[in-house]
Design a protein around this ligand. Sequence first.
Ligand code: SIN
Length: 336
Amino acid sequence: MTAPSAPPPAASVSMAVRIGSLELRNPILTASGTYGLGYEFARLADLSKIGGVVGKTVTMTPRIGNPPPRTFETAGGMLNSIGLMNPGWDGFVRDTLPRIRELPCPFILNVAGKSEDEFVELTRRAGELVGIAALELNLSCPNVAGGLDFSAKPELTERIVARCRAVYPLPIFAKLSPNVGDIVAIAQAAERGGADALSCVNTYLGTAIDWRRAKTIFPRGIAGLSGPAIKPMALLATMRVAAAVKIPVVGIGGIAKADDVLEYLVAGATAVQIGTACFWDPGHPVRLAADVETAVRTAGICDVQTLIGTVQPSPAPAANPAPAPGSCNVGGTNPR
Ligand code: SIN
């Protein structure tokens, strides 16, 4: 029997994906907090080659962030405890918005409020700005007091998203926490509230300890884990959420290679965000976009969107034949 031959490479490939009214030239976005506000990297990477930039969270008032250290490398990942350092709304609008308008890709503004009302007010203000393509509500920061509360209870998530929806005309992404009992229930609540997309997921709670001093590395004790170490868990969360909602899901967590991106798309993500890998190399998202296109073309796929949500459970292996009488085969196909 001859092996099935590989499909011929596609002559042309469409990499564009859509999130609500937002058209992205490809599914690669940078994750909030890992790529500044984008313009800082515009001389290091050709940002016209990626789908877009999600900016570092902007809050109502300036925040100096948590005391150092704020990052810590772990096996296969990184812990951060930044604490939403940012110049606040007025500083953002005055100093950085004009530079964001020059970006050659869509800019998605990420905001976090200290309260429900603050989320709504930030969203209302965002609706008045020119140069913002969409909004991401950071409902899930683990590094500030109360930051996780907004994506911990379905009723609250739904209400915040609904109130923000009512004052903002462009797409809204709700960024979810994995540190909850049932992320699917929170995702469905955000969908009911009117979110256009779900960013899935923020960092996993973690810590690091210096045993010689018997002290946590981070003064706050708790930090957020990202990077390849979280990929299997974040991929599962993405797959479960995507199966339970109708709106697009944006996968986040440990994405570094083209295969990672394509696994997330097959799991149901419409786009992905690249986070920790941006710290290794600010050019990484651009190279990844090219690598994903090459992989899609090589697989003979003409439109990347046809991959989204196609995952199926692997068929169970055929039942093992009964062991021959007297044989030592105790199960499986590996005689011991
Ligand atoms: C931070 O600024 O502490 C990280 C932001 C986040 O995890 O949402």
